[in-house]
Design a binder for this molecule. Sequence first.
Ligand code: FES
Length: 239
Amino acid sequence: MADKKKITLKVLRFNPEKDAKPHYEAYQLEVASTDRVLDLLEAVKGYQDGTLTFRRSCAHGVCGSDAMRINGRNALACKVLVKDITSDTITVEPLMGLKIKKDLVVDMEPFFENFRSVLPYFINDNPPADGKEHRQSPEQRERFDDTTKCILCAACTTSCPSFWSNDAYVGPAAIVNAHRFVFDSRDEGAAERLNILNEQMGVWRCRTAFNCTEACPREIHITQAIAEVKQAILTGKLD
Ligand code: FES
């Protein structure tokens, strides 16, 4: 049986139908060290205030729907354990740079609009040479393996100072998803994607702050992926 301890969960609350601006509300909870921050939010919603609003689905770090700021850092609430937080107060806030819809739920549409703008899908209208499938060696598959791990949680993009200052910047997540196809040997849309990313709101707005890499719950080497896309634009090479 895990040890129990008392903690204060401070949540930034905002109901657009009642509140002029966001405010903090605090909840006292008795928690186990193995509880996740998502469990604490569920406990508040289930037993203290049913109006608390947040997104979650898989609860296992796969769907990407519960990204939020936990003690000032972007993370998935379902992956952060109480025992990994040293303070007895846990502060939970919505992601920065996207409009709050209610409590911890932000408007993800600008994020997905940027994602869609880089053509994040396989482009190749030519039939496979063997008439069955576009073949690829393990080494060719390895080239873009890291960026296939993105779950579109937005933790990277909403930790980026360039995105905070201008949400028209495509942001790290969109570049990661462009990278996934740009370096796929079977894909033929690289030139089109690189042209899009070479525009004013593309990769050159990245100032290499590394916030995105630190925020990624999938440990994708995002800053490196962005650098590789910049390099591909400058050299025209995809190796
Ligand atoms: S609820 Fe799916 S990633 Fe956390």
